[in-house]
Design a protein around this ligand. Structure first.
Ligand code: NAD
Ligand code: DAU
Length: 339
């Protein structure tokens, strides 16, 4: 019998997967439950190094299935919930918004209800800086926790809706919660539909890299290991009911990001292909994480060190990403891009 039971939803995905590995290694005294229904974005092969550990457990379940979720909570009586499971890709939300409402809004409410009924100690909701909308290119402006919510895509609108439900469960029922809002992550096991792993995998296979518009939109990049450490801190030290922004002040235009990767791999910039812009494309995201820093968090990677580590990881883990890009992902890619 372990000291604490922690439920991680979406633990077969990118950030949830890294968080599961981080928690299993760091807290042998906790029982870590990875709950995931293995959508196109989920895979368990990433957990081959931890799956035999006695503090790792996997449950295949859909967070929208209220009866199943309730029965799992009643059986396991989790102490902590860290909720990552979501539809996470903006482009997919533009072509197919319905599933984003189902998973991100309804799924979150189902989990909140189950958490309320069994009386958990802490529910950490993993949200995104995209709920604040976009910033202009003035480099002195940042998202703070009090910035009004103004989501622009179906994805970010569904995440903002889930944030409001989490807040409401705290205000109405006293559910102990925290909401974290992080900037763009990158690092190992990032699904190749997103800009950084898409660029690395395409450059490694000498294929064109699609850059939306003129590549001048700005994102604020954070290494996923730094995100995991931040969530660990919020889970254990976060003040009940509070929201924490997470970001490391690593703003780059998309073109800068793509050029950095091409250079790191010693390839030609002729691989860059400017393509039609994303609908409603947010100009800039930039996070002020002063509140979290006061709690004791500090990122350990700069963009320069993190991107080299990540490129190296993709070079060494070709088997993992090649099985994805050669599978059902191909159908998505060919529909999304005409390269
Ligand atoms: P991801 O798409 O890589 O993984 C999502 C996981 O959720 C997958 O394993 C998938 O199988 C699972 N899932 C989806 N629907 C489910 C359902 N109905 N029931 C159970 N499991 C389900 O996502 P990610 O990039 O790791 O993002 C994780 C969370 O972090 C999301 O909530 C996202 O909004 C948030 N976030 C992501 C970023 C980023 O840069 N990727 C930044 C800030 C916040
Ligand atoms: O800010 C946090 C968010 O970051 C998370 O909430 C989302 O889950 C996550 O997907 C990410 O959203 P973005 O839309 O910023 O990430 P993406 O990797 O899709 O795109 C990054 C930038 O690169 C964006 O400006 C669009 C651009 N882009 C993206 C793709 C996939 C391209 O130019 N070409 C592409 O092919």
């Amino acid at each position: 019998m372990k000291e604490k039971k922690i439920l991680v939803t979406g633990g077969a995905g990118f950030i949830g997967g890294n968080f599961v590995q981080y928690m299993v290694e760091k807290y042998p005294e906790y029982d870590v439950f990875n709950l995931d229904n293995l959508t196109y974005a989920g895979d368990l092969t990433k957990h081959s190094l931890i799956e035999m550990k006695n503090n790792y457990n996997f449950i295949k379940a859909d967070i929208v299935d209220d009866r199943l979720i309730m029965s799992i909570f009643e059986k396991e009586k989790f102490n902590y919930v860290v909720h990552f499971a979501a539809e996470s890709h903006v482009d997919r939300s533009i072509t197919n918004p319905g599933i984003f409402v189902q998973t991100n809004v309804i799924g979150t409410q189902v989990l909140l209800e189950a958490a309320k009924r069994v009386g958990i100690t802490k529910f950490v909701h993993i949200s995104t800086d995209e709920v604040y909308g976009e910033l202009d290119f003035d480099p002195t402006t940042f998202f703070i926790e009090e910035t009004p919510l103004k989501p622009n895509s179906p994805y970010s609108a569904s995440k903002a809706s889930s944030d409001l439900l989490v807040r409401a469960y705290h205000e109405t029922y006293g559910l102990p919660i925290n909401i974290t809002r992080c900037s763009n992550n990158y690092g190992p096991f990032h699904f190749p539909e997103k800009l950084i792993p898409l660029t690395i995998s395409r450059v490694l296979t000498d294929e064109k890299v699609p850059v939306y518009g003129e590549g001048q939109n700005i994102r604020d990049w954070l290494h996923v290991f730094d995100h995991c450490a931040a969530i660990d801190l919020v889970l254990h030290k976060g003040v009940n009911g509070e929201i924490y922004n997470i970001g490391g002040h690593n703003e780059r235009t998309n073109l800068e990001v793509v050029r950095t990767i091409i250079q790191a791999l010693g390839k030609s910039e002729e691989l860059i292909e400017f393509v039609e812009d994303r609908l409603g494309h947010d100009k800039r995201y930039a996070i002020d994480s002063a509140k979290l820093k006061q709690l004791g968090w500090k990122p350990s990677y700069t963009f320069e060190t993190g991107i080299i580590q990540t490129v190296q990881w993709y070079v060494e883990n070709e088997v993992w990403w090649k099985q994805i890009i050669n599978g059902q992902y191909l159908t998505y890619f060919n529909k999304q891009y005409s390269l």
